[in-house]
Design a protein. Structure first.
Length: 256
């Protein structure tokens, strides 16, 4: 099948079949290329042309969650504890909750239920998605989060990204702090990174970047009730883990 689709694709185009489209449709924007009858497939094959990555908020929304599944059964005790934790947070007592267990037992659905509850209360909902394929890419999940906060979409130009990043930072930081913060976080917003200053080491730049991210997220939380889901933390890179740990250490003192 793959070889047949490759032979049908125009230069610089990716074609996929119905079954792959069903699995990946919410990760990518696709358009139909019609049906064809490559050799060996007498009934014909519908081909789909991949256009671009989608702007889906999280892998959970794209891959795992299905509204048709209905309510969660048999996890009332866990849901009650999560609801209580959100109620405490909304009342000014922030906390960190860890959902642990074997794959497939429903951790993501429980987390999604809590996010839905927070959203109904008007909370800002943030997602950090960690993946095995990016575990060696420092701060990749944080970069994706910041681009969503700044409404930077796939295909945005350099000038558009810079403008949106500057506007986002201006919502959370003092105007005088924005230029330095943008320099620190430029790669995370998808912008070209500035050269490392000659008077700083890579470790110092890393620590400064972490501090700027934490400062920005703290300012965001100060603007209103917020909930942050870190999905699959065991796949995160060390620097992302450092940021999550910093936020977990400070969360009880954060106030909106």
């Amino acid at each position: 099948m793959a070889e047949r689709l490759r032979s049908l694709a125009d230069p610089d185009r990716v074609l996929t079949c119905d079954s792959t489209k069903r699995l990946a449709a919410r990760f990518f924007s696709m358009t139909t290329s019609g049906c064809s009858k490559p050799r060996g497939f007498e009934e014909g094959v519908r081909a789909w042309c991949v256009l671009r990555k989608s702007s889906v908020v999280s892998r959970f929304d794209a891959q795992r969650y299905d509204e048709s599944r209905g309510e969660i059964i048999g996890r009332g005790d866990v849901l009650a504890r999560l609801s209580e934790a959100w109620s405490d947070a909304r009342g000014g007592k922030g906390c960190t909750v860890c959902l642990v267990g074997d794959a497939g037992i429903g951790k993501s659905r429980l987390a999604k239920a809590t996010l839905d509850l927070a959203a109904l209360d008007g909370a800002t909902v943030l997602n950090i998605d960690c993946m095995p394929s990016t575990g060696n890419t420092p701060l990749f999940p944080i970069g994706m989060l910041l681009r969503r906060v700044a409404n930077i979409t796939v295909g945005a130009s350099e000038s558009e990204k810079r403008g949106l990043a500057t506007e986002a930072l201006g919502r959370f930081l003092a105007a005088s702090d924005v230029p330095n913060a943008l320099s620190d976080l430029a790669p995370l917003f998808g912008l070209e990174a500035a050269p490392i200053p000659v008077d700083q080491t890579p470790d110092q730049v890393r620590d400064q970047t972490i501090s700027t991210v934490v400062r920005m997220l703290r300012a965001l939380v100060a603007q209103g009730p917020s909930v942050l889901l870190c999905e699959d933390l065991h796949w995160a890179d060390d620097t992302t883990v450092n940021i999550v740990e910093r936020l977990a250490d400070e969360i009880a003192d954060l106030r909106c």
